[in-house]
Design a protein around this ligand. Structure first.
Ligand code: MLT
Length: 326
């Protein structure tokens, strides 16, 4: 009889331990995704679509917290310092690969501060202007920039933001300095562009598509190698004579360094599910972008891209900011 009782007792203990483990299984409370740019901008748009889908897959709320400023380097730092437990993540873009080169006193090294979860989407950028800017096509805009660039205001999300990186490439190609006006994100910058307070932006289709379509702002060109299906009549910047001009905002999801592998794997699987979510796919298409293919959505693929992008942008930025020979 006692053997039966022992077995029953053991079974109960294991079962309750199992329940306890199940309750402790990740995630057992809401997850926060830090977007290091203001709400209402392009990165916030990507994040909220992905977060909504991941919430239903993971069975826990996935919340988006906007921490704008300094091109995204401040909010990215907050994510880098967060507990590596899978409950705080970072969603941003190519800018993370430039922070170490642009901010010499950065209190963290992005290349060592994060564990990759996966790539999300590579968003095209568009050269856009306030509705009443005199230039009516990319050639007229580039001529105006060459002649009067130092009188034209250019809205960005701060040094290291992709809007600012685009401006840096443009200034360097045209040998002209624009009046850069930094914002906590291109969401608020777009408000000023719509109001005519600033002249120009180079911003992602996830923020400009609607306003280009309605004519509330002028679209001049796309910054991708090929034209964008959503705007077949917009030439590439390269077509307008600035050879090899290309920049896109590849967006990714990271976790703080040291996040447990099983947690990262669960996040990666939920991210891939989100990239197959019809709502995500349809909204991305309306905004001029597409989810990356599964092969690109893996942690290893992001590791490889991130390392090569840190190298590429460090070298590029070194050229732009290298002190001129005396
Ligand atoms: C944003 O969401 O505000 C943008 O991604 C910022 C930027 O231009 O990098």
């Amino acid at each position: 009889m006692s053997r039966l009782l022992t077995a029953a007792f053991a079974a109960t203990m294991l079962q309750s331990a199992g329940v306890a483990l199940a309750q402790d299984a990740y995630p057992n409370r809401p997850i926060t995704i830090i977007v290091p740019a203001a709400a209402g901008g392009p990165s916030d748009t990507v994040a909220r679509l992905v977060a909504q889908s991941m919430s239903s897959t993971l069975g826990q709320q996935v919340l988006v917290e906007n921490q704008g400023g300094a091109g995204g380097s401040l909010g990215s730092g907050a994510a880098a310092r967060a507990e590596a437990d899978g409950y705080t993540l970072l969603l941003y873009h190519v800018g993370v690969a430039t922070f170490a080169a642009l901010y010499p006193d950065l209190p963290y090294q992005p290349i060592d501060a994060f564990d990759s979860v996966g790539l999300i989407t590579e968003v095209p950028l568009t050269m856009v202007a306030r509705q009443d800017l005199p230039a009516n096509d990319i050639d007229q805009l580039l001529t105006a920039l060459r002649e009067d660039g130092d009188t034209m205001t250019f809205g960005t999300a701060g040094v290291g933001s992709v809007s600012d990186l685009c401006g840096m490439l443009l200034s360097n190609a045209l040998d002209t300095e624009m009046v850069v006006v930094p914002y906590p994100g291109t969401g608020p910058a777009m408000t000023d562009l719509l109001g005519g307070q600033i002249d120009l932006m180079c911003d992602q289709t996830t923020n400009t598509a609607g306003n280009i379509e309605t004519g509330a702002i002028k679209g001049f060109a796309v910054t991708t190698r090929e034209r964008v299906p959503l705007f077949p009549d917009l030439p590439t910047v390269a077509e307008s004579g600035i050879d090899n001009f290309e920049i896109t905002a590849w967006h990714a999801l990271w976790a703080p360094k040291g996040t447990p592998e099983d947690v990262r794997q669960k996040l990666s699987e939920a991210l891939v599910t989100a990239l197959h979510d019809e709502t995500v796919i349809d909204r991305f298409a309306q905004l001029g972008t597409v989810p990356v293919a599964d092969g690109q959505a893996t942690p290893d693929a992001l590791d490889t891209l991130f390392r090569s992008e840190v190298e590429r942008w460090t070298q590029l930025i070194g050229q732009f900011t290298a002190p001129t020979a005396q």
